[in-house]
Design a protein around this ligand. Structure first.
Ligand code: AMP
Length: 514
């Protein structure tokens, strides 16, 4: 099923209601969006010579035209390649080349960079800037009927954020997108036409995926004018738009919770903040719950199984009387309705509750494979299960707690040390704003533990002795860092994930400051 059918359907049924908003202003009603989608699709075929199955990249910051492009691409039976606009030009070049993209839709801000790839990226034939004169010319074409997509047809090439190396294109089919949308209703939230989704995070990632169930139900997609997350802007939009949900990385949730303007505006119109993509530390989560109330839901997912492995529901967050409430807040919740989730050993044998192993996932939401990478696909999907590379353990109630990505695990003196546990301990020190723990090769121990600490006050960072004491109060002696490095900040990728690889490289290079 083609997801663009939802736009067409809402266009018929609720033509005059707001479909896309830019800030406080309605950009398009459902009626306008539906006819524009058909026309743009017609233009993509007739004016740009694209045919079903061709890849069209979208390289732009969040803006209404992003949504116009995404759904027109689908309406035309093309494959969308949403590219994070904050990537470096060389990284964009890689994704376009690898996906065999024929046409890129971009915005004024990125036009020069993307146009410079014409002639360099072999498959790239054309670059269209939206909003712009050519975009309007495309929208002036005769509308075409929705092109059929079979369930197994690729719809979205989701390039992974590349914390480990070259990004890989998870091939998400029409069926994958449908399942991700339906299981949003099953496990996260029902959605009503009066609701809104605020695209505060990049549409090329989680926010775009969460857009789908909202479009399906005819809710309004609200794109902030700044294209990002500014506290005052979010506060103003929460006042303007009722029933608002949005996806945010944990660091963003923490930032918003500390913003007095957001805190004052939040309760009235905020429905749910869906957070995930990286661990949210307990202290930050408790603070966010104090500000937002039980309007938080956590998801654990991957591009490879779009945002759908487990969820910690709003009810789990609210259930303060539960004897294991805090433990549960540190988990990633319970398997989603449409997937099987197991924890397995190195030979893919299922492990009982309490034992740590690799998390594997099976279900109709799991990607078809990596685009044009048969070996990596076979390896990752071996035995019919997606091997996530995440380490975790179930508890007796069926809640999954993640430890770390297998490659982040530190093995010191034959003992497994999970960096997250050490980070959680160090965050109890009031002088610590952020921390990342990694392993450094060590001739005696195999690896030794090093903590990169961002202090609250750079003029008076906590001392190694104090940090040691904080650890010793909470975790086993052998887990505590052998060295603490005070740093200005931690290296993160474009989605806010800490790049431990860079920290390890800095250590290997003997640099004093990562
Ligand atoms: P991506 O495919 O870029 O979304 O990255 C997916 C990875 O982010 C997962 O494999 C996990 O390592 C991590 N991740 C996603 N959700 C969570 C979560 N709720 N808690 C901790 N880590 C997460």
């Amino acid at each position: 099923m083609n997801p663009a059918v939802w736009v067409e359907r809402q266009g018929r049924r609720r033509g005059a209601d707001p479909a896309i908003a830019e800030g406080a202003r309605v950009h398009a009603t459902w009626g306008a969006w539906a006819s524009r989608t058909g026309a743009l699709a017609g233009g993509l075929h007739a004016q740009l010579g694209l045919a079903p199955g061709d890849r069209v990249a979208i390289v732009m910051r969040n803006r209404p035209e992003y949504l116009e492009a995404l759904y027109a691409v689908w309406h035309a039976g093309l494959v969308a390649v949403p590219v994070n606009a904050r990537l470096h030009r060389e990284e964009v070049a890689y994704v376009l080349e690898h996906s065999g993209t024929s046409v890129a839709v971009t915005d004024e801000e990125h036009a020069e960079d993307v146009a410079s790839l014409l002639g360099r990226v072999g498959s790239l034939r054309d670059v269209v800037v939206a909003p712009g004169e050519r975009w309007e010319r495309l929208a002036g074409a005769a509308g075409i009927p929705l092109v059929d997509l079979a369930p197994e047809d690729p719809a979205w090439l989701f390039y992974t954020s590349g914390t480990t190396g070259r990004p890989k294109g998870a091939t998400l089919t029409a069926r994958n997108l449908l399942l991700a949308s339906l299981s949003y209703f099953a496990d996260i939230d029902p959605v009503a036409p009066q609701d809104c989704i605020l695209h505060a995070a990049p549409l090329s990632h989680g926010s775009g995926l969460y857009g789908l169930p909202h479009v399906a139900r005819g809710a309004t997609s609200v794109v902030p004018e700044s294209g990002g997350v500014d506290g005052d802007e979010v506060a103003a939009l929460l006042r303007r738009w009722p029933g608002t949900s949005f996806f945010a990385a944990p660091t963003m949730v923490t930032r918003l919770a500390r913003d007095p303007a957001v805190a004052a505006a939040a309760p009235d119109h905020l429905k749910t903040i869906i957070y995930g993509g990286a661990p949210m530390y307990l202290a930050d989560l408790e603070d966010a719950l104090d500000v937002f109330g039980p309007r938080l839901a956590q998801i654990y997912g991957q591009g490879e199984t779009p945002m759908t492995i487990t969820a910690l529901t709003r009810a789990d967050h609210a259930d303060r009387d539960h004897p294991r409430w805090r433990e549960r807040l540190q988990s990633v919740g319970f398997p989603r309705t449409d997937v099987e989730v197991r924890v397995v050993d190195a030979d893919d044998r299922a492990l009982p509750p309490g034992e740590v192993g690799e998390v594997v996932v099976r279900g109709d939401v799991v990607m078809a494979g990596y685009w044009n990478q048969p070996e990596e696909s076979a390896q990752t999907l071996r035995g019919g299960w997606l091997h996530t590379g995440d380490m975790g353990a179930f508890d007796d109630d069926g809640y999954l707690t993640l430890r770390d990505r297998s490659k982040d695990l530190i093995i010191s003196g034959g003992m497994n040390i999970y960096p997250r546990e050490v980070e959680e301990a160090l965050l109890h020190h009031r002088g610590v704003r952020a921390v990342a723990v990694v392993g450094r090769p060590d001739p005696t121990w195999g690896e030794s533990v090093v903590a990169f600490v961002v202090p609250m006050d750079h003029a008076a960072p906590p001392t190694a002795d104090e940090l040691d004491r904080t650890c010793l109060e909470r975790i086993a002696r052998y887990k505590r860092p052998k060295e603490y490095r005070v740093v200005e900040g931690l290296p993160t990728n474009n989605y806010g994930k800490v790049l431990k690889r860079e920290l390890r490289q800095a250590l290997a290079a003997g640099a004093d400051d990562a």
